[in-house]
Design a protein around this ligand. Sequence first.
Ligand code: UD1
Ligand code: UDP
Length: 367
Amino acid sequence: MPKKIMLIIGARPNFIKAAPLMRELSAHTEKFDPFLIHTGQHYDHNLSQLFFEQLKMPQPDIYLGVGSGSHARQTAKIMTGLEEEFEKNRPDLVIVFGDVNSTLAASIVTSKMCLKLAHVEAGLRSFDNTMPEEINRIVTDRLSDFLFITEKSGSENLHKEGVSEDKVFFVGNIMIDSLVKNLELARESKIIEQLGIKAKEYAVLTLHRPANVDNKDRLDILLKAIGEVSQKLPVIFPCHPRTKNALSKFGFNFESNDNFKIIDPVGYLDFLNLQANARLVLTDSGGIQEETTYLQIPCITIRENTERPITAEVGTNVLAGLEYDKIIKAANNVFNGKHPKGRIPDLWDGHTAQRIIKTLEEIYDKF
Ligand code: UD1
Ligand code: UDP
């Protein structure tokens, strides 16, 4: 009998990470019976459905529709929904991705029901517990039976936390599987013409970390620093709904103009195209630090820490911190050709989903 494998996804970066694994599982139906559950943590068309279409991912078998809410409410709703589903339809293995609330909720329900749990993108640590994702990562890894890591820091972190080495598998970065598969298609995107900009003559900005955007003074400083950068290079800012809400709540009259274009979040193919052709990316995203490293595009991370240290050690990522002067200095380094060039980390090669499947086959062959 094929093993029933349930993939739990809920937020934008989850869709990008799950698509390659879903495709690979579906190519091995003699061994695996994949089942997709979308919690509904993200629900706007351009944060959710658009990614299913562009990544050619099947529609979810179950949509829980939990929507937004406080951490406790959102996590609890996902847990309740998943518990009911797992009772009706008991999986052999639950696979979770990344570090969002859907990941945490699924991990708790899975382990409390004594089901097997696998975590894709395990072991990353920012060592900053004020970041909600760090708590999600720690709990998920503690509960996981199989931990698939993207970079070597993951195995060091897990080893220090006492996770047994035979549960940890270095398989590479599944987000890069999606990038490799879609880059050619993304090059056909017309987003650059539509925005009236030129390749290599603009910067891309994303900001959505609560520590950056939920604090009025911090957001004010960051926007002033980026405003300064925009005097030298037009900045394109696909604005996350959390950030859009914060701008309006704090009463920032942030007018979009030719130098600093604020737009809605864009689809995956448009965003890959924007990154690949950018002179510079400024971000507080996790996944974008990794994608710019693969694409070898200069990335300035507007954070004090990163859970993805390989992007700064060997990639094109520079941690600028949160101060005005440091952000300007980091941008000037790009303009002056002083930004590190970087190389692609080991096993970020487009074959991570295949390695995960191979590992699962080996595990199941033993029983
Ligand atoms: C979540 C993840 C974060 C991830 C990000 C990816 C957690 C704790 N955070 O942050 O790790 O980097 O997704 O983008 O899981 N909203 C909409 N439409 C939507 C979804 C959200 O308008 O489709 C608005 C709501 O006002 C909501 C707010 O955005 O309250 C935040 O959404 P939420 O999913 O709670 O967290 P994100 O900031 O998106
Ligand atoms: N992304 C996108 N459209 C956008 C912004 C980002 O498709 O307008 C993609 C980006 O290419 C990357 C992922 O979303 O694959 C990163 O997600 P996000 O920054 O929301 O979350 P994080 O990685 O910080 O958890």
